[in-house]
Design a protein around this ligand. Structure first.
Ligand code: R5P
Length: 289
């Protein structure tokens, strides 16, 4: 039987995967020495078995070294294959050198992770200038999409929705979500002026008045995109939007800011968060929804 081995903080998600698709949830001890270095010990017998490490990468800096230590130990113990299920894949947004001297972290991180695991499964990685993970990663990658799950949630929970994408990047999957919901959609134009400054523009939405706007985005990080989009909708006389995001990073005071500007916020469980309401385990186990 396949082993699902959660890194610390990923035990709940590994349990959901096991319930959805079978597999033994393995046991890992992890702690830090007083000097901050990591100690890991695998308690599950993995000899001759395939192992799926389960580790979201919302905090990729500390997670990466642990993953490397665990993957090497698993191979030393006779695991025949070591894959990574990372429902959120970090280091995808700095995919170009915007200013001289900047590191292109997505490229370096992909090279390092490709040397650690044999394969990668993830959900909606932030693909912008790279059309597919295969352009970055040197290992087989399975890229899953949560759009159908978001659509099913919207259809069940929101009356007369208007599906809204906050930027041009979201256009493709906003249309797919709206299509599955059976609702109209619009896409805003976004300009990011800094980590915490975002401006959006949207066309006249007079034809959709009376509908409940549903903002969908792949990532909520500073929350500035969602707040700017909610403000733009309010200026056109719409009720506060419902926000549906795939990856709920919500750093600093982002959740409070978004909550103040919107009706309701929900997310998938790619990152454990109080807004989680859409469960990814069936998608990861069964493939496309
Ligand atoms: C950007 O292109 C993404 O699709 C998200 O819109 C962005 O990462 C959200 O970031 P923030 O919450 O910091 O505005």
């Amino acid at each position: 039987m396949r082993v699902l081995l959660p890194l610390p903080g990923n035990e709940t998600f590994a349990g959901r995967l096991a319930r959805a698709g079978g597999g033994e949830v393995g046991v890992l001890q992890a702690r830090q020495f007083p000097d901050g270095e990591s100690y890991v010990r695998i308690e599950t017998d993995v000899a001759g078995r395939a192992v799926d490490l389960v580790c979201g990468l919302a905090r990729p800096d500390p997670a990466f070294l642990r993953l490397a230590f665990v993957a090497d130990a698993l191979r030393d113990m006779g695991a025949v294959e070591v894959n990574l299920i990372a429902p959120y894949l970090g280091y995808m947004r700095q995919d170009a050198r915007f200013q001289a001297g900047e590191a292109i972290t997505s490229r370096t991180f992909a090279r390092l992770l490709s040397a650690v695991v044999d394969g990668l499964v993830t959900v909606d990685p932030h693909l912008h200038r790279h059309p597919a993970l295969e352009g970055l990663y040197a290992i087989p990658c399975r890229t899953l999409h949560a759009a159908p799950l978001l659509a099913d949630w919207i259809r069940a929970e929101v009356v007369a929705p208007l599906v809204v994408g906050p930027d041009e990047e979201s256009a493709q999957w906003v249309a797919a979500v709206a299509d599955r919901v059976g609702a109209p959609h619009v896409v805003m134009t976004k300009r990011r002026l800094g980590d915490r400054e975002v401006r959006v523009e949207l066309p006249d939405l007079g034809a959709h008045r009376g509908r409940r706007p549903v903002l969908i985005d792949d990532i909520a990080s500073s929350g500035r995109t969602l707040v700017a989009a909610a403000d733009a909708l309010r200026l056109q006389g719409f009720a506060p939007p419902v926000c549906v995001v795939v990856h709920a990073l919500f750093g600093e005071d982002a959740l409070a800011r978004v909550a103040a500007a919107t009706e309701r916020i929900v997310s998938t469980d790619s990152i454990p968060h109080e807004t989680n309401a859409i469960w990814l385990a069936p998608l990861i186990v069964n493939g496309a929804a």
